[in-house]
Design a binder for this molecule. Structure first.
Ligand code: GUN
Length: 282
């Protein structure tokens, strides 16, 4: 059996079309365009690409974007000042600070400075906490994108054994909470996990967010499993790959996301959705 390859690009594109329609309707009703501030610090090439994709999605949906390109040596105080000004500006609905941040800036301090009502990344302790108590509002974009993707494909998650690999604050942990909210039985694995292969091979759904090519071997995948690859690595030959041995895994899985073109576009689409939600609710 060969897996159905999940076309995240087309699912995301449909979501962007729906958001665009809703924004047109709201604009006709007299609302201003939702507005997203994107803060990019330094010259990280991957971050520049991601930010450009977010700005292009804003253009596609009718969201107004305001980009701040800050120098690598910007101080934490200067960055905090900008965030506080954005928090106070009633014409700004969402604030996104692209990570990673330079090492002299404390990411936790920066994230906690963002008003949770404008936290369209869903990274603040408040928004993670709302997800943890089953009342999410602004949900972390990548995990929420995974759930929306599976929902669009009408894949039922209730009761499935899920394994999340990776325990980062931005992806692994909120992914664990999203799958729990969807009533999966969830195991989260990390660098100290014993018998990783055994755990993965029992999973009905595997979500990997490690960032190491070929970390998940194809023959670890249970026949008929759902494989979601959030990892993204650019190899020396410029090829973009995920965490999963794709060719081998797709011969066993029922569904699998490719890299690129799987989860990545969903992250951008849910960011747009969060920006619209932030405007509507707050
Ligand atoms: N860096 C990589 N992915 C993301 C993301 O989704 N949001 C932010 N703010 N930074 C990132």
């Amino acid at each position: 059996m060969s897996a159905k390859i999940i076309d995240g690009k087309s699912i995301a594109s449909e979501l962007l079309d729906n958001i665009k329609e809703e924004i047109i309707t709201r604009t006709n009703e007299g609302h201003r365009a939702p507005t997203l501030v994107v803060i990019l610090i330094g010259e990280n090439p991957a971050s520049k690409i991601y930010v450009n994709r977010k700005i292009m999605a804003c253009e596609k949906t009718g969201i107004k974007s305001i980009t701040h390109n800050l120098k690598e040596n910007v101080t934490e105080q200067e960055l905090l000042k900008l965030i506080i000004a954005c928090n106070q500006d009633n014409e700004i609905d969402g604030i996104l600070v692209q990570s990673p941040l330079p090492s002299h800036i404390n990411e936790e301090v920066i994230i906690e400075a963002i008003n949770p009502k404008k936290d369209v990344d869903g990274f603040t302790p408040h928004n993670i906490g709302l997800l943890a108590i089953k009342t999410p509002i602004l949900r972390s974009c990548t995990p929420y994108g995974v759930i929306k993707m599976l929902d669009t494909l009408k894949i039922k998650l209730e009761g499935l054994d899920a394994v999340v690999v990776g325990q980062s604050n931005h992806v692994g942990r909120p992914m664990f909470l999203e799958l729990l909210l969807a009533k999966c039985t969830v195991t989260i694995c990390h660098s100290k996990t014993k018998n990783l292969q055994e755990k993965i091979s029992q999973a009905d759904i595997i979500v990997s967010a490690v960032g190491v090519p070929n970390f998940i071997k194809g023959n670890w995948v249970k026949h008929g499993a759902i494989v979601i690859d959030i990892g993204i690595t650019r190899l020396n030959n410029n090829k973009i790959v995920g965490d999963v041995e794709f060719d081998a895994a797709k011969e066993r899985a029922a569904f699998i996301t490719p890299v690129p073109g799987g989860v990545g576009p969903m992250t951008v689409a849910t960011l747009m959705e969060n920006t619209l939600i932030a405007q509507k609710l707050f």
